[in-house]
Design a protein around this ligand. Structure first.
Ligand SMILES: [Fe+2]
Length: 417
């Protein structure tokens, strides 16, 4: 017979694997371009199956089983007295739990931040008292420890292996997932946008999920208008926009003078005087030539296609062409970015998991890769990916995962003088 403690541990591990499996299915379903009614139905099905399977197991273990002489004994001791199907499911749950525990160990203890992330600094975005206590906020906002109204600015310095010295010091403001619903008052977003505008970035990138209700269409102009970048403001749409009248949302944002990169690419050429201005901040990186251009592309897959067709684009930066910057809503497009020689990909969609359990991290992220790319900087050559946690959510709930605006400073590799 197995000691009772081993039986207990085995059952706990199985419960963990069982939960991870069904939550993982929900995460992966939400990385696909399925209609909302289907996703909601499947998610309800997953919750029901999690409950039914657990209930069925408990009933079998405590009431129906253990019975003498189970037909097939796969596992030793107490476990071997369960029905063979339960024994197989237990093994499956243990494997799922084991693999995920290893992945967690890798992410939290063994894996170091990528070398391309040179520095990182987080600061609170100061907001006025009337905005924080605005009467139009949804009651959920006031749940204990809910951080939905406490945005932070994350400053990250990122080295791109092929960034020309002309672009050294280029600043990008990356905002994502604003989710205008009316559940967080417009005044809150306006103050955050005004704070971001005073950062005076060279380029602003907005990576989708602007609206959850067409009633908030006017908010686009009212909130986003102050955003300016010396090299422009660029955007793509996300899955929540796709569920609404997305051509109208795109047109409304474009009216602000912002450039849609949905399914297209452009090459941005910068006058030598402007590129000199960019590098002037760092005398160690003086321009070596006057050819200053950057390729900006958009990928709204899997919701709005096709992605930018780069077959006729200038050659990649690794072959002497312009640096390639991609705006994508989902980090799942990293594979696309890598095959298209993208140097820097900006994504959102995952909200950092929205709820992060201390010591464990996020568990709910709408991605085909699970929680792997829930937020931060990732380097999978030739692409560096920055995943922004975003500024809000459809439902105003965030724990241990505050809303985020990101200011990225791009660095070219230091070269021997
Ligand atoms: Fe989102």
């Amino acid at each position: 017979m197995l000691p009772l403690i081993l039986v207990g541990l085995g059952l706990l591990l199985a419960l963990l694997g069982h939960t991870i499996f069904w939550v993982g299915l929900v995460n992966r379903m939400h990385g696909r371009a399925w209609p909302e009614w289907l996703l909601r139905g499947l998610m309800t099905g997953c919750v029901a199956l999690w409950t039914l399977v657990l209930g069925g197991f408990l009933w079998s273990a405590l009431v129906g089983y253990p019975v003498e002489a189970a037909s097939v004994q796969i596992l030793p001791g107490w476990f071997g007295r369960l029905g063979w199907l339960w024994q197989v499911y237990l093994v499956f749950c243990w494997i799922v739990a084991g693999l995920n525990l290893w992945a967690w160990l890798w992410r939290h203890l063994l894996h170091r931040p990528p070398n391309v992330l040179l520095s990182q600094h987080v600061e609170s975005i100061p907001l006025s008292q009337p905005v924080q206590t605005h009467p139009e906020h949804h009651p959920l906002v006031w749940l204990p420890q809910n951080e939905i109204l406490q945005p932070v600015l994350t400053r990250r310095e990122i080295e791109l292996p092929y960034l020309p010295s002309e672009w050294n010091g280029l600043t990008l403001l990356h905002l994502s997932d604003l989710h205008f619903t009316g559940r967080v008052a417009q005044a809150w977003f306006r103050e955050v946008a005004e704070f971001c505008a005073q950062l005076q970035p060279d380029l602003v990138a907005l990576t989708g999920d602007f609206l959850d209700s067409m009633d908030c269409l006017d908010w686009l102009a009212e909130v986003l208008r102050p955003l300016k970048g010396r090299l422009g403001v660029y955007f793509i749409l996300g899955n929540h926009d796709w569920r609404l009248d997305w051509p109208r949302i795109r047109a409304e944002i474009a009216q602000l003078g912002f450039v849609s990169l949905g399914g297209r690419w452009i090459v941005l050429s910068v006058p030598a005087s402007k590129s000199a201005l960019l590098s002037a901040a760092d005398p160690a990186h003086q321009p070596k030539h006057q050819e200053t251009s950057i390729l900006l592309a958009g990928n709204e897959l899997p919701w709005i296609g096709p992605a930018a067709d780069l077959s006729s684009a200038p050659r990649p930066a690794s072959q002497g062409g312009p640096i390639r910057l991609l705006l994508a809503h989902s980090p799942d497009q990293l594979r696309w970015a890598k095959t298209h020689h993208v140097d820097l990909m900006l994504a959102g969609h995952t909200h950092g998991g929205q709820i992060r359990i201390p010591g464990i991290g996020p568990f709910l992220t709408p991605s085909r890769m699970g929680v792997r790319y829930s937020g931060g900087v990732f380097h999978e050559p030739p692409t560096v990916m920055h995943v922004c946690r975003g500024l809000s959510a459809e439902w105003p709930l965030r724990w241990n995962c505050p809303p985020e605006a990101a200011l990225l400073v791009l660095r070219s590799p230091a070269r021997p003088s």
